[in-house]
Design a protein around this ligand. Sequence first.
Ligand code: ADP
Length: 162
Amino acid sequence: MSNKRIALYPGTFDPVTLGHIDIIKRACLLFDAVRVTVAINPSKDPMFSIEERLRLLRESVKEISNVEVDSFSGLVVDHARNTGAVAIIRGLRAVSDFEYEFQMALMNRKLAEDITTVFLMPHEKYTYLNSSIIRSLAQFNADVADFVPPVVAEALKDKSKE
Ligand code: ADP
């Protein structure tokens, strides 16, 4: 167990998209185990509760071995340490992601020299995809089937009826 190379993939996942799944699959090829972790951020006002986001993530990754899903509040590097992770996975879609991600990665390295942020690029068909676009599309009942796992498409339909 202690020799396992574990990577932590933190995010808001509100909701999980096929872009996130693409990153998870790539990370699984590089690491023995990937822990996808939903960040509990009280300053954000999410569409899906923590419990809903966990359920949607778990359903979406159930076919992929070596993936676990959990949630945390606090510093990502603390959660990485507590779970034995050696790396933090982040996705890079476009130059626009770079500045924020660069700042976070350097700050996390300052806090925990031994944990390395690894950036992965998704397939180009997912480079324009993010959770907030999905939430907007769903509000107007647009078809999101090409962008999210089926369980998420269902959950979005249910939300629009609420
Ligand atoms: P956060 O609020 O931390 O950015 P997200 O759930 O939106 O949380 O994203 C988590 C990580 O996944 C981030 O590194 C983000 O850049 C990446 N990501 C989000 N959407 C995509 C996508 N379509 N392709 C690749 N990476 C993505």
